[in-house]
Design a protein around this ligand. Sequence first.
Ligand code: S3P
Length: 424
Amino acid sequence: MNFSKISSLKGTLAVPGDKSISHRSVMFGSLAKGTTEITHFLKGADCLSTISCFRSMGVQIEEQDGTIFVRGNGLHGLKRPEQVLDCGNSGTTTRLISGILAAQPFDVTLTGDESIQKRPMKRIMDPLSLMGAKIESVRGNGCAPLRISGAPLRGIHYSTPVASAQVKSAILLAGLYAGGETRVTEPALSRNHTELMLSAFGADVSTEGTTAVIRPAEELFGQRIQVPGDISSAAFFLAAGLLVPDSEILLQNVGVNPTRDGVLRVFRQMGGDIETVKTVCGGGEPAADLLVRTSRLHGTVIGGDIIPTLIDELPVIAAAACFAEGETVIRDAAELKVKESNRIEAMVTNLTAMGADVRETEDGMVIRGGRPLHGALIHSHNDHRIAMTFAVAGLAAEGETQIPAWDCVDISYPTFLEDLKALV
Ligand code: S3P
């Protein structure tokens, strides 16, 4: 796919449903009694992987007029899948499902694509094993494929070395089935969709600072879920609206859960004109209409507790920082190295190819903004967020930006090009 400089972006957009919430709606709906009805579900490849895993464990999931209906099997109703569970490219599917599978009365193997088979799974294997789970990496390298044999679990208090909602959620889901209470303490608070949603499904979950607490559940109950727009997808159009001259974009119904809204805080701190027009709150997940206008940005420092609240948006923030006056420092973000690709390396090499002044550090990067960028051949590493980040950079750079491995965008934002065209 090729992108070149455009003169303006104007219009209104409703970005697709939130990926994290879509995954959890299907997972928790599968474990609940009764039907869970999901509207604005993200039909990206990752969430389709979650649907396919639960279908192969006997859960009936169908779509009618754009609404997803999950006919839950109850907490103890999953069936042993006949084949290896394929989690595709999805870390959320792999890690969260492992927490559930650890407690089921059957054996299962799960795996995913080339990228998933390189991502660290020891971070869930360690705490789940402490709970009594039987989980092993088939190749002994701490990565998928994972073989999990259901076992009786016990509650633990686990302090995770990384702030990761996927790790926290895997432990909490295992905790649904464990004897006694399970506590997870994080170094900084990661997204809390699991806590909010499990509580709405009837589980006994509470939060004390950066500690999430769950007690075993007897039953979960099907819910009606309206998935808000994904702030991680909106971030590309926030950045494009800020960078492309003469732009004004209204992004409707964007999820603005405070554990996810770091990108808004950072863009505003950089001088970005992003107005919150209307806020609504459904099912504990706040959403807002956001109006973004072209802005003159300046550099900033991003690090510490804000990192988990914008971890997926750091690539596009880094691209925006190249167009800002002065220096931007991103630190405490070593987690970027173990996402769908090594996002620090992918950002630094591709931005450098476009003429940016950017330097890789141990846990982030330093960007000296204000140099004009030019088009280049971009290596997306089949990472959806890298591909879309460089589409945005290409809209503001001189010349043509080529992104050959573009299809990966289907992971989280299959309608990205249509949405972009509607604003041109
Ligand atoms: C997610 C958590 C984050 C994020 C990922 C989705 C989730 O990963 O990067 O895209 O849905 O829980 P970590 O929890 O590993 O940081």
